[in-house]
Design a protein around this ligand. Structure first.
Ligand code: 13P
Ligand code: SF4
Length: 302
């Protein structure tokens, strides 16, 4: 173990802390985490760990969700500026205007959203549970925010519902084009295409499997195929390769890189534990308003 890893392990024991990390963070950060997973797994595990402090190696909405669900715990973000741009891509006035227009509107808010947006939503979803949750809602009219692409993908699976889409997007996933993917496929014709639903519909139509980061990892691990083209952020390669040393994984030939997730470094994890300064703070009023849709998600996803 390196010196800094030893230091982190010691600080973790002293502070009774646990480290959670998303699959997109740097490999060395994933290596030292106690739990790694997709957004849904991480939000669930945050409610189950017994430690007093959670160090959340991911972007703001993830740490915020952990704090909303666990108000008595200290939630530390190793880099407070690591934020997901999509989390801000919806508008409260627009939500309120649509509520006036539709009596039975359900505002379905992707977990990649600020606590302010969550506070105005009826239920949260992640890419791994959105279909199940939307299908379980009694409402016919669904306002899906912020991610238009995930919304369209789910709408396709729920033909009985009337969807209104937000206009948010992920710059990492939407920069993957059909041309990139077709070229990658030509180079590796036997490879299966695994895509995250934040990709555009033209990518999803070319994919052999569509799912969350955990879904992609589980699919590749269970598959008899040996080669895969990965249409998501390439941080997933760490777990994919750890679980499947004999399989081959390819990018679509572009930089599939989330700069915000990559802000988290091992040094910042150490400093967060050492200084206790980068704590997630949220007013009780906001927390309670954002808690309701998150709890509803955890309940409906069961
Ligand atoms: P997952 O929930 O699939 O881990 O996705 C999170 C995310 O930010 C995708 O860009
Ligand atoms: Fe946000 Fe996209 Fe980064 Fe995911 S990959 S955290 S959606 S910017």
């Amino acid at each position: 173990m390196s010196h800094i890893t030893d230091e982190i392990q010691k600080l973790k024991r002293e502070k009774n802390a646990v480290i959670l990390a998303h699959y997109y963070v740097n490999d060395d950060v994933q290596a030292l985490a106690d739990y790694i997973g997709d957004s849904f797994y991480l939000s669930k595990i945050a409610t189950q760990v017994s430690e007093d402090t959670i160090v959340f190696c991911g972007v703001s909405f993830m740490g915020e969700s952990a704090k909303i669900l666990n108000p008595t715990k200290t939630v530390l973000m190793p880099d407070e500026s690591a934020d997901c741009p999509m989390a801000h891509m919806a508008d409260i006035d627009e939500i309120e205007a649509l509520r006036k227009q539709y009596d039975d509107l359900a505002v379905v808010c992707y977990i990649n959203s600020t606590s302010e947006l969550k506070a105005h939503a009826d239920v949260c979803v992640t890419s791994s549970n959105a279909e199940k949750i939307v299908k379980a809602l009694p409402n016919k009219n669904i306002y899906f925010i912020p991610d238009e692409h995930l919304g369209q993908y789910i709408a396709d699976k729920c033909p009985d519902k009337n969807f209104i889409f937000g206009t948010g997007f992920c710059h990492v996933h939407t920069s993957i084009t059909a041309e990139n993917l077709k070229r990658a496929k030509q180079a590796k014709p036997d490879a299966l295409v695994l895509a995250h639903p934040e990709c555009t519909l033209e990518i999803l139509e070319l994919a052999d499997y569509v799912g969350s980061t955990s879904g992609i990892i589980d699919f590749a691990t269970a598959s008899d195929a040996k080669e895969f083209i990965i249409c998501t952020e390439l941080g997933v390669l760490y777990e994919l390769k750890t679980k499947n040393p004999d399989k081959r994984f390819y990018s679509v030939g572009i930089r599939q890189y989330c700069p915000n997730m990559k802000r988290i470094t091992v040094e910042k994890v150490r400093d967060a534990l050492l200084n206790n300064e980068t704590q997630v703070e949220i007013s009780e009023e906001r927390r309670l308003a954002a808690l309701a849709p998150l709890e509803r998600m955890l309940e409906l996803a069961k």
